[in-house]
Design a protein around this ligand. Structure first.
Ligand code: HEM
Length: 126
């Protein structure tokens, strides 16, 4: 398999994953019942599974790993924070202020992940 094709798959899934999270969070904050859409319920699982499978393949080719290489450790930790904050942001029936806080914090985390991916640096190359 070609490294750059898998990397393209990984990046495309990353863009779709972020876009779908932003959309679902935005709809939820606007009071729209997005869970009625089967596409919005199922697509994120398929995309995130593909994103992570591609990530595993990429690290196996690069021979760089979380908890060994700083930038991948930062990506992994920020990914866990993104998933947890995202879950809280999409939880139903919580006050709007809290939901907004979790939503913005999750978007901040994923922006950091992209920054780390591009710079290969936990400090974003600063
Ligand atoms: C929401 C989660 C993630 C997002 C948004 C994301 C985003 C990206 C982006 C945008 C790139 C391309 C960077 C560039 O060269 O310009 C990339 C590459 C890469 N990502 Fe991810 N990623 C995520 C999760 C992960 C995870 C969990 C791992 C592994 C622990 C990982 C491993 C890699 C690797 C190995 C590359 C290729 C680096 C290279 O060839 O230069 N990613 N990622």
């Amino acid at each position: 398999m070609d490294y750059f094709i898998v990397k393209d798959v990984h990046m495309t899934c990353a863009a779709l994953s972020i876009g779908l999270f932003a959309l679902r969070g935005g709809l939820q904050l606007a009071g729209v019942a997005w869970r009625r859409s089967m596409l919005l319920r199922i697509a994120p699982h398929v995309i995130d599974t593909t994103l992570l499978t591609a990530a595993l393949w990429l690290i196996s080719q690069l021979h760089q790993y979380p908890f060994v290489d700083g930038w991948l450790t930062a990506k992994f930790v920020a990914l866990v924070a993104y998933v947890l904050l995202g879950k809280l942001a999409l939880r139903q029936g919580q006050p709007a202020r809290r939901a907004w806080g979790f939503y913005l914090a999750a978007l901040f985390c994923v922006a950091y992940i992209v920054g780390v991916a591009v710079t290969h640096s936990p400090l974003l190359g600063l």
